[in-house]
Design a protein around this ligand. Structure first.
Ligand code: ZN
Length: 164
């Protein structure tokens, strides 16, 4: 039998779900939307969890996207510091900035590891990522060891092995 639930097919299903999630008693929800308490109970037990899980997954994707955006912003700033210290010949500060950038890359790798499982989000094709990647590798050219370490992290990120 296809979906015969009078709540699932109800035009105000979202409002009913909200009332259920808010913990409002069935006896008050039922008359407001012209449905039975039995239908509400059955819907809450069998159909509501699935829609809640979907909503939570959507929220998690948004959250991961937001975290990634913050990581990219932090990395851009670390990149700026790296460029400046390099120009000043401040090798110690440059090394510190490189370590910071590398930590941020690792953070991104973990975030990307989460995102990779969701086919609708592929951050690696974003122009922002390509720009950061290119700028970072170029800026690290005078520091072979650091460059190698960052390249390793980049390879992990781009081959989906990071954060495992
Ligand atoms: Zn239902």
């Amino acid at each position: 039998m296809p979906n015969a639930c009078s709540i699932c097919t109800h035009p105000e299903r979202a409002a009913i779900d909200s009332a259920l999630v808010a913990g409002e008693p069935n006896r008050r929800i039922a008359p407001r939307y012209g449905v039975t308490e039995t239908a509400l109970r059955r819907h809450a037990a069998n159909h509501l969890p699935a829609s809640l899980v979907q909503a939570q997954q959507a929220a998690e994707v948004v959250r991961a996207d937001s975290l990634l955006a913050q990581a990219l912003d932090l990395q851009a700033r670390a990149q700026g510091i790296l460029n400046k210290t390099e120009a000043d010949g401040n090798y110690r500060a440059a090394c510190s900035a490189i370590r910071e950038a590398r930590g941020l890359l690792e953070l991104q790798a973990r975030l990307l590891g989460e995102l990779d499982e969701r086919p609708q989000v592929n951050v690696l094709v974003l122009p922002e990522w390509q720009a950061i990647r290119g700028a970072l590798v170029a800026a690290l050219a005078p520091y072979p060891e650091a460059r190698q370490a960052v390249a390793g992290v980049l390879a992990e990120v781009e081959h989906g092995r990071a954060g495992a």
